[in-house]
Design a protein around this ligand. Structure first.
Ligand code: MN
Length: 290
């Protein structure tokens, strides 16, 4: 099943080139009171929501996919976790290019571990990436994003993938420089998820998916998740040895070789096999709102 969020927080069932408005399926979610949970409510109740989607989809209003504004399929992740340099060829290119690694020691992911991005950096494809420091180099990074479905604490490799609700295309947009990754990658709009959530039961093998990113029609990144240094299950094992993963937590699995700069006015098109395609514009920052 492919589930999107669109327009004014509508819930959609993706069916070919159509979106069915199944927002009323969210009526199955339990009422919430302050303080709100630290997980994503829709993902935490996904089995019930899926049943309701199937029911309400019959007779639901339908839109052309090309006519809707796609939002992040995950509304309220508690954590956005990301893997640094997790493809061998990207490690080689990062080591070779002083503009990418600056003074940072680029190390194997086994030594560096994972980092966190602010949840406030998250947008959907229709919301664009807005360049925050136009005087500095900002790079695109396409990544497979795994969305955690159920609470996971100190899991084994055998258990790990059963905790995944589904997958999306993820962008880990990055301003290059010497600061900590969590600062440079947490800029507003520097995490993009889309075009929708493809539930795990619809992804035969997440460890052999083709990724492709073009900028202005030029292919910049093209790889396959089989080339991950640490695969999805082992990333979950590693993450849950430090902290508990909750429903809706996002795991960005690392970008392959081919990262490069983006500028306002450019258009990124991304595809991951089986997960769909998304177009994301790069915009210039407008004056600050106070
Ligand atoms: Mn990345």
């Amino acid at each position: 099943m492919q589930i999107c969020r669109f327009n004014d927080n509508r819930l959609g069932l993706v069916d070919g080139d159509k979106v069915k408005d199944v927002t009323s399926a969210l009526d199955v979610l339990p009422a919430q009171h302050y303080p709100l949970p630290t997980h994503d409510l829709m993902i935490a109740n996904l089995p019930h929501v899926r049943e309701a989607i199937t029911t309400v989809a019959k007779g639901a209003k339908s839109y052309a996919l090309s006519d809707v504004r796609l939002l992040s399929p995950i509304a309220n992740p508690g954590k956005i976790i990301a893997a640094p340099v997790n493809y061998k060829k990207h490690l080689d290119e990062a080591r070779a290019d002083p503009q990418i690694h600056h003074q940072n020691q680029i190390a194997e992911i086994q030594r560096v571990g994972l980092f966190l991005k602010a949840t406030s950096s998250l947008v959907g494809p229709s919301e664009s990436v807005t360049i925050r420091h136009p005087d500095r180099r900002t790079d695109h990074e396409i990544e497979l994003a795994a969305i955690i479905g159920t609470r996971a604490d100190r899991v084994t490799r055998e258990q790990a993938l059963a905790h995944v609700a589904g997958y999306c295309i993820g962008f880990d947009i990055t301003v290059r420089g010497p600061e900590e990754r969590s600062l440079r990658k947490s800029i507003d709009s520097y995490t993009v998820l889309g075009p929708w959530l493809t539930t795990a039961d619809s992804v035969a093998d997440p460890s052999s998916l083709d990724l492709r990113l073009t900028v202005g029609g030029e292919v910049r990144q093209q790889a396959n998740t089989r080339d991950l240094i640490i695969g999805i299950a082992d990333l979950i094992v590693f993450a849950t040895s430090f902290y508990t993963l909750m429903p809706g937590d996002v795991l960005l699995t690392g970008t392959p070789e081919g990262v490069g700069p983006i500028k306002p006015g450019e258009v990124m098109d991304a595809t991951i096999s089986g997960l769909g395609s998304m177009r994301v514009e790069v915009r210039q920052l407008s004056p600050a709102r106070h």
